[in-house]
Ligand binder design. Structure first.
Ligand SMILES: [Zn+2]
Ligand SMILES: [Zn+2]
Length: 254
């Protein structure tokens, strides 16, 4: 995870000979700095964009040109925003399985105020699920997470901080709504259904105004109970590294 939050989102999925940049909400210079910090030398072989919000897709065209790599996005996202620079984006259905290089990707639609997907990445029997920018947990979400090694899940806000906080009322309603963002409590509901296979849980897309890493981690820990998964909390410009095969390297929180 190279960047996580409303200031810009990007992560790298490395598997086999494939390096995916997932979400492109960060400009090239910042990305270079974050890639160096994460000690990732390989340049991306493809870009995958989850949805049409600027903090996830603003720099997709520029980065696609820079690396001469395709942008993959859902057909609905393609209709709502210009991505991919001079080359047309490669389109996938919101509920589908497709491959990008050595990685198999399962997309599942999730509720947000623009069309949005959760993506499950699988390679050599290991898998990671990314689910961010969703207002509610859709039917079938538990199954989507089942058997997963790594779960990257939004834990956007503490409901009390949001409602007591400085946002204007319409924005509070949007964030808390069922097409907005997950609260720590909602993230907890998802974590309670997690099976024992999951080894790493990364909380992400935390609001810097309406949440704290401590509150998000405490809610997740309570929800996980005696589940042995390691808990990580991604920050806007921190680097979080998770590996699915031994040896395991992780940035533990707290
Ligand atoms: Zn976002
Ligand atoms: Zn969004």
């Amino acid at each position: 995870m190279l960047a996580s939050g409303s200031g810009g989102n990007s992560m790298i999925v490395e598997a086999g000979a494939t390096t995916l940049l997932v979400d492109a909400g960060v400009p090239a210079t910042t990305l270079d700095r974050q890639l160096a910090k994460a000690q990732i030398a390989a340049r991306p072989t493809a870009i995958v964009v989850t949805h049409a919000h600027g903090d996830h897709c603003r720099h997709a065209a520029e980065l696609s040109e820079r690396w001469q790599v395709p942008v993959h996005c859902s057909s609905s996202t393609r209709r709502s925003v210009r991505l991919g620079g001079r080359r047309a984006p490669t389109v996938f259905a919101s509920r589908s399985r497709f491959t990008v290089g050595d990685v198999e990707v399962d997309a599942m639609p999730i509720p947000h105020d623009v069309p949005q997907v959760s993506l499950r990445f699988t390679h050599a029997g290991a898998s990671a699920v990314l689910a961010t920018d969703l207002g509610d947990l859709p039917e079938g979400f538990t199954e989507h997470l089942a058997g997963c090694d790594v779960v990257l899940l939004e834990s956007n806000h503490d409901a009390k901080m949001l409602w007591d906080g400085p946002y204007p009322f319409h924005l509070k309603r949007r964030v808390a709504g069922d097409r907005g963002h997950l609260s720590n409590a909602q993230t907890g509901v998802a974590l309670r259904t997690l099976d024992r296979r999951a080894r790493d849980v990364v909380l992400m897309h935390l609001s810097e105004t309406n949440n704290t890493p401590e509150l998000a981690a405490a809610a997740a820990r309570e929800a996980l109970g005696d589940h042995p998964a390691r808990l990580h909390v991604a920050s806007q410009w921190g680097i979080t590294v998770v590996e699915t095969g031994p040896p395991v390297q992780g940035v533990l929180f707290g």
